[in-house]
Design a protein around this ligand. Structure first.
Ligand SMILES: [Ca+2]
Length: 291
């Protein structure tokens, strides 16, 4: 039996936070201080410090994305669930999962995530796959200017990767479209290989950021040269463990390199981005995105 200290603990016994959004939706979060738990657990209440462990509400409320799912078929859509496409993220709140939607009916699913997520992608940029037990998958495309691969520290989706896409040996690789298939790009980027992306931009583009996510890198790093519509930018890929050139499935230390692009680099209509290495370094692909 552990005693609850008489003082100086000041805490809320129980509380409810109500979030009232402009669209009339209200959400509530029940706050139950862990002292209640600790007080009756074998560890006792000593591990809980209200000053550092107390509940707080973020000053800026999270990003919200509402997915409206309509069943246009004749059978009830069973166990609908949402999956992030471009990364492996677990920092979001999901209002409903494993929904059953009768024929002709509509259900809304609300997702919320921090405004500054650690992977840098908003919920819209992440893209979503909606899986239902008895209907084909539905995809909501990422709202990025260009993206390939899934940011998960692994090369498996690329050509020659563990996902089963056949190896590609060509020195020049051409990829077309805003969301080209990762299975068309060799997982190893090495000296002498030129990768060219041709992708359309709708609307008037502004300044952008190109992000290269690598799964492993040469022990000496690599010097990347990116040429976008004739303008050249350079970036240094940091040194890595140097394991995946031989063993792509070996866990390594992934890195992200960001290349800021000025407002005049992209243009409305067709764009060409060419990537090559300026030294003998190499890296293995995790993902690429342009936002
Ligand atoms: Ca990946």
């Amino acid at each position: 039996m552990h005693e609850i200290p008489a003082e100086p603990h000041f805490f809320i016994a129980n509380a409810t936070v109500r979030l009232q959004y402009a669209d009339g939706v209200e959400e509530t979060i029940d706050l139950v201080p862990p002292l209640n738990f600790w007080a009756i657990s074998p560890f006792g209440p000593a591990d809980y410090n209200p000053a550092s462990d107390g509940f707080t509400l973020a000053a800026t409320l999270p990003e919200t994305l509402t997915l409206r799912l309509k069943n246009t078929g004749a059978m009830t859509a069973l166990f609908s669930s949402m999956h992030p496409l471009l990364n492996y993220r677990n920092d979001f709140y999901l209002s409903d999962n494993h929904l059953s939607i009768p024929p002709g009916e509509t259900r809304d699913v609300t997702l919320r995530a921090p405004l500054q997520p650690k992977d840098g992608l908003t919920l819209g940029q992440t893209g979503w796959r909606i899986e239902t037990w008895n209907a084909p998958d539905v995809f909501i495309e990422p709202t990025l200017l260009l993206a390939i691969g899934r940011q998960d520290r692994m090369t498996r989706e690329f050509a020659g990767g563990a996902g089963g896409a056949p190896t590609i040996n060509g020195t020049k690789v051409r990829l077309a479209g805003r969301l080209p298939a990762a299975s068309s790009l060799p997982l190893l980027m090495e000296s002498g290989r030129v990768v060219e992306f041709e992708f359309p931009v709708t609307g008037t583009p502004g300044a952008a950021v190109l992000r290269i996510h690598t799964a492993d890198q040469s022990p000496a790093g690599a010097n990347l040269r990116a040429t976008l519509n004739g303008q050249t930018f350079t970036a240094e890929i940091p040194a890595g463990l140097g394991l995946q050139k031989i063993d792509p499935q070996h866990l390594a230390k992934s890195k992200t390199v960001e290349i800021p692009l000025p407002a005049n680099a992209l243009r409305q209509g067709d764009n060409t981005l060419t990537l090559e290495l300026a030294n003998d370094g190499w890296f293995t692909w995790d993902a690429l995105d342009l936002m």
